[in-house]
Design a protein around this ligand. Structure first.
Ligand code: BES
Ligand code: ZN
Length: 651
């Protein structure tokens, strides 16, 4: 009797639950799948694929990570769909891959690897000839069997490390860096940010290794010799967010949905610096809307990782240099979290629109900084990064297309060539200008509207402008929206090269004080003790401003002064790499050769391009022979992407 009373409602509740799950799942599928509008597919100068004729809905990787041969061996299964009638050729991006077979409906079919003249930077065009012509909207599957080719001369996503290059020095290590155009060195595919697909994977590896991907782990088993991991990403992502890491690594849970992954000896240290990940996520959720990816993990990689951070979904990669023990570099983690909305949900549709990824991300990152660390730190960040922006524009030249928010790269160029602070900081300053024009709350409303509207899609700058107009009209009515819209300097900001059309209107006393202090330090010997005391009391960002001002001085800094910075400021012993970096720029620029072994040590301690590239450029300026000699000695410590960039700078 009792059980009968209970059973009725429980069964009913159970049935309702199951039913709503099914409905939700169906809605989810429709929502995530509704996409391809042909007129919106952009031109992508960085891909050889015929993205206007065919798209990838889903792919499955079946790979063996072969540490002894340093290669990936296996296959990719591409579930594709035609976007047009009469399609019988498929072009895929492929670089440093040995393609063995292409299979269609169970049969091997012909293919060619085409070397496009002057197209080496983009790799090869894999041309696949289908035995039949396909009509529009036909789904079909291709399987490509292949393996990767190790090559230290070309840039590739794959970094194979010896045990010596890891923290624990026990096992080799392997990780990938796909952005912007290197996922084509992991597997043949449509390597364009305008194509967003689901993916799954089965990864085989020797049993000592643990594997993570930018996807959910759905299974794991071992046959005694090898482990097999299954993964599934059921949100559409662009190819540049494909990521794999394998090594002697493990995960430490920080909060319910956040965690850190690193070599065992680093775990506790990393978890401490990254203990506030949950707070950062919540801060952006409050500003925009919910985090849709489920869990959030950060992998702290070995030092060769060429970036500060990379926003692989569910699996941000960071450089170990951001772990300082005092959280002074957590802005990088906040930045990568912000990409969970800008970039990963709403994605630039080609690399000329990269500012949409990075500019909006920096804007969101700084909202968090302002909320959690206060207005002053927010403003200091803006001023500090503005220095780097101006330096970038000066180095490139004010007329250079790469100083525009929509740089042009035709001519089979690698989009990495255009990488600089411009999409980040000019992009940020443009958004700040819009915010100042329409007010903080209205701008936040617009960003929410824009990010919701284009979630799971790829967009360009015109989508941004049009939806700004749409939102403003909804919000304020046509006439008022129109009058604001026409006053905005769209072209000056978005099309023209050079410095931002409007100067920053921000003043921070500490910033000016650190500047004045640097001047005093150079000119007034007798003040040394009080200056040192002041310097030591500074947080990292003010120390950087102080040193940056010394770096920027036109006169040669006398050796005695550099000795003081060495002996009393103890800059060679500095642990924060952001600070060391400016210090070593000062040393090289002023030919403080006595310190060169410390410079070399620094260049061997990190592969982060933000630090090593400018130092090699600076070294090359004063002594090309020495620059090359040091590079030759250290090059195998760097990621292949970094090697290629540095090599170009030293040529
Ligand atoms: N997505 C970038 C890294 C990237 C950009 C890789 C272009 C390859 C091509 C990442 O989010 C990033 O911007 N990292 C910065 C962090 C900083 C701005 C806080 C970095 O690595 O310095
Ligand atoms: Zn970024």
């Amino acid at each position: 009797m009792f059980s009968k009373i209970l059973k009725g409602p429980i069964m009913k509740a159970g049935a309702t639950f199951v039913l709503s799950c099914i409905v939700l799942k169906m809605l989810h599928k429709v929502y995530y799948t509704k996409r391809v509008d042909l007129s919106k597919i952009p031109i992508d100068h960085s891909s050889f694929s015929n993205i206007h004729e065919v798209t990838t809905e889903n792919y499955h990787l079946d790979l063996f990570i072969d540490f002894s041969e340093k290669k990936l061996v296996g296959s990719i299964m591409l579930d594709m769909k035609t976007l047009k009638d009469s399609v019988n050729t498929i072009y895929l991006d492929s670089k440093l891959l040995n393609i063995k077979n292409v299979i269609f409906k169970g049969e091997k079919i012909p293919f060619q690897i085409e070397k496009v003249p002057n197209g080496q930077a983009l790799g090869d065009k894999l041309t696949i000839n289908l035995p039949e012509q396909l009509k529009k909207n036909v789904s079909f599957t291709l399987v490509v069997e292949y393996e990767t080719v190790s090559n230290t001369l070309d840039s590739s996503a794959l970094n194979w490390l010896e045990p010596m290059q890891t923290f624990d020095k026990k096992l080799p290590y392997f990780y990938t860096q796909s952005e912007p155009i290197y996922s084509r060195t992991i597997a043949p595919m449509q390597d364009s940010p305008s194509v967003k697909s689901f993916y799954s994977a089965r990864i085989k590896v020797a049993k000592e290794f643990n594997v993570f991907m930018s996807a959910n782990k759905t299974g794991e088993f071992s046959d005694g010799l090898f482990s097999y991991y299954n993964f599934k990403q059921d949100i559409r992502i662009p190819s540049y967010l494909l990521a794999i890491v394998a090594g002697g690594i493990s995960r430490y849970s920080i909060s319910e949905r956040t965690g850190v992954i690193s070599e065992p000896s680093q775990l506790v240290l990393c978890a401490k610096d990254l203990e506030d990940l949950e707070k950062y996520i919540q801060s952006i959720e409050n500003y925009l809307f919910e985090y849709v990816w489920g869990v959030y993990n950060i992998v702290v990689l070995p030092p060769s990782f060429p970036y500060g951070g990379m926003e692989n979904p569910l699996l941000t990669f960071v450089n170990p240099s951001i772990i300082t023990g005092d959280k002074s570099n957590v802005a990088v983690a906040i930045h990568e979290i912000a990409h969970s909305w800008a970039g990963n949900l709403v994605t630039c549709n080609n690399w000329s629109n990269f500012w949409l990824n990075e500019g909006i991300t920096v804007f969101l990152e700084r909202k968090v900084i302002k909320e959690l660390y206060g207005e002053k730190n927010y403003q200091l960040d803006i001023l500090l990064e503005n220095i780097s922006l101006c330096e970038s524009i000066k180095n490139l030249g004010e007329e250079h297309s790469y100083t525009s928010l929509q740089p042009f790269f035709g001519d089979l160029k690698n989009p990495d060539d255009a990488f600089s602070k411009i999409p980040y900081e000019k992009g940020f300053q443009f958004l700040l200008y819009l915010e100042n024009t329409i007010g903080e709350e209205v701008f936040r409303g617009f960003l929410r509207f824009f990010m919701r509207k284009f979630s799971y899609k790829s967009v360009d700058t015109d989508d941004f402008i049009e939806s700004f107009k749409e939102y403003m009209e909804q919000k304020l009515g046509k006439p008022q929206a129109e009058s604001i819209f026409t006053k905005i300097l769209w072209d000056e900001w978005l099309k023209k090269p050079g410095y931002p059309p409007k100067q920053l209107d921000i003043k921070v006393e500490d910033f000016d004080e650190a500047k004045v202090l640097a001047g005093k330090f150079i000119n007034e010997k007798e003040e040394e003790n009080s200056i040192l005391e002041k310097y030591l009391s500074y947080p990292a960002n003010l120390k950087i401003i102080f040193l940056q001002n010394i770096y920027e001085r036109n006169e040669i800094i006398p050796t005695e002064t550099l000795n003081v910075l060495t002996d009393r400021f103890m800059l060679n012993e500095e642990k924060n790499k952001e600070i060391s970096f400016v210090w070593f720029k000062i040393c090289i620029k002023n030919k403080f050769m006595k310190n060169i072994k410390h410079v070399e040590e620094f260049l061997g301690s990190t592969g982060r391009m933000k630090f090593v590239n400018p130092l090699y450029v600076e070294l090359n300026r004063i002594d090309p022979y020495l620059a090359n000699q040091i590079y030759e000695k250290l090059k195998m410590l760097y990621h292949p992407i970094a090697r290629e960039v540095i090599k170009k700078k030293l040529a």
